[in-house]
Design a protein around this ligand. Structure first.
Ligand SMILES: Cc1cc2nc3c(=O)[nH]c(=O)nc-3n(C[C@H](O)[C@H](O)[C@H](O)COP(=O)(O)OP(=O)(O)OC[C@H]3O[C@@H](n4cnc5c(N)ncnc54)[C@H](O)[C@@H]3O)c2cc1C
Length: 403
């Protein structure tokens, strides 16, 4: 491993840093960041914040940063892996989402189409993903199919030139903002469960779709229940073959894993926690002077650094042409659990003030730590819960027998 960057890479970083600093300040105002620790996810707040995020995306695209990792032939930046890593470090250090308003499209749905879509699908959908004109969401989970995704029951039958979809999805992030969705449906209920699934591209304005936002414990509505009542989806919107959707969904999950759960702005959160510790009392003294608090902060900083180094290790493996290993599960597990522990420790520091909601009189830093604590649990569930990541590491890395 060599952690040094070349002069060109450092120049790339400096230019990017300056751009993000200026642009985020222009778009989001003082401090530049989006606010909650969920910025890396999809829960981006109210209508005003959503408009600002779309505006930021437009600028991101104009500057050529919207999809650095996409090949140039698809309108991306064709960046090297190192440049991509620098991009991620910089964006996360500002607490901003990696791909503007179109996280899922640019991170995984677009790459899935590049890999498995028809030429017509690539031509039709990829350009507007890049510009942010069409925002995408991912309809996988159902009330009885989360960790065990292949148990999904939303049905689609072929009728002439269309699939007719009936059923329900749940926890669909951004469905209420999205223009399009990738949807997993069961097209052969008789086949073994992994073999009767198809992968569709669905226009969210199609008649028969009802979206009901779910209010989370943060008070925000980042995800939704989505109901399908005889929704007609043109056959040309099928990706891959009928009943072969599991393979397509695995490609999407592969890109999701490649993107890695390490993409949480946890280092930034720890820096903010350090600042907080200078301004609150703990056990009769300023918190940052207390040995217990110092020990905790140091431990968090060490773990965050380990996470970064682990990401670099995975990058080095990539650069040497090795197939991605278990780092993505490790990274997802470790980053989201660390993020949760950091948020809970902030609450410990705040004591009874941690109960004050955002907007409450006396809420410390506008109640953002309380929001983070409430949101942090969700990150340990989304994209495969911690228990599932433990299973993957146990079975595929440690070669333990299946539980
Ligand atoms: C913030 C957030 C955003 C999300 N966004 C989306 C989205 O955009 N699109 C989408 O389709 N879904 C989305 N999800 C849903 C997410 O993928 C599921 O919540 C997740 O896969 C877990 O499924 P479940 O909620 O049905 O829980 P279940 O699978 O029912 O699990 C319940 C509990 O049992 C544990 N468990 C389950 N199976 C095992 C096992 N084999 N071994 C050990 N423990 C097990 C789980 O870890 C969990 O603690 C989102 C979730 C969150 C929290």
């Amino acid at each position: 491993m060599d952690f040094r960057f070349t002069a060109e890479e450092e120049a790339f970083r400096a230019k990017l840093h300056g751009w993000i600093e200026r642009t985020s300040e222009q778009v989001f105002g003082h401090g530049g960041a989006i606010g909650a620790s969920t910025a890396s996810l999809l829960d981006v707040g109210d209508d005003g914040q959503w408009r600002r995020l779309k505006e930021y995306h437009r600028k991101l695209h104009e500057a050529g940063y919207a999809a650095l990792h996409w090949p140039i032939e698809y309108g991306g930046g064709g960046a090297t892996l190192i440049e991509q890593a620098i991009y991620q470090d910089e964006v996360l250090s500002f607490g901003l989402p990696l791909y503007g308003c179109n996280q899922l499209a640019i991170d995984r749905i677009g790459p899935t189409l590049m890999f498995m879509g028809t030429q017509a699908q690539k031509d039709r959908y990829l350009p507007k993903m890049l510009t942010g004109e069409e925002v995408w969401c991912q309809g996988y989970s159902e009330p009885n199919a989360g960790s065990d995704l292949a148990s999904l029951q939303t049905r689609a039958v072929i009728d002439g030139d269309s699939f007719v979809v009936n059923g329900q999805k749940v926890w669909t992030s951004l469905a209420h903002r999205a223009d399009w969705q990738v949807l997993l449906v069961r097209t052969d209920p008789e086949a073994p469960k992994h073999k009767g699934i198809s992968y569709l591209l669905v226009d969210m304005k199609t008649p028969g779709i009802t979206i009901r936002p779910l209010v989370q414990m943060t008070g925000e509505s980042g995800f939704n229940e989505v109901f399908y009542d005889n929704v007609r989806v043109p056959r040309e919107n099928l990706v891959g073959e009928v009943n072969q959707g599991w393979q397509v969904s695995i490609a999407t999950l592969m890109y999701e894993r490649l993107s890695g759960g390490t993409r949480h702005p946890v280092e930034r959160t720890i820096t903010q926690l350090l600042e907080l510790s200078k301004h609150v009392e703990f056990d009769g003294m300023t918190a940052n002077r207390h040995p217990y608090v110092r020990q905790k902060l140091t431990q968090f900083a060490i773990e965050a650094r380990c996470l970064r180094l682990s990401r670099y290790r995975s990058l080095t493996a990539h650069l040497k042409g090795k197939i991605p290993g278990p780092e993505s599960s490790f990274g997802k597990l470790f980053a989201t659990e660390l993020n949760l522990r950091v948020a809970m420790f902030a609450d410990e520091l705040l004591g009874s003030y941690s109960a004050l909601d955002k907007g409450s009189l006396g809420a410390v830093e506008g109640g953002r730590w309380q929001q983070r604590m409430l949101a942090a649990r969700g990150l340990t569930i989304a994209a495969g819960s911690s228990e599932i990541q433990h299973n993957i590491i146990g079975e595929r890395v440690l070669k333990l027998p299946k539980g």
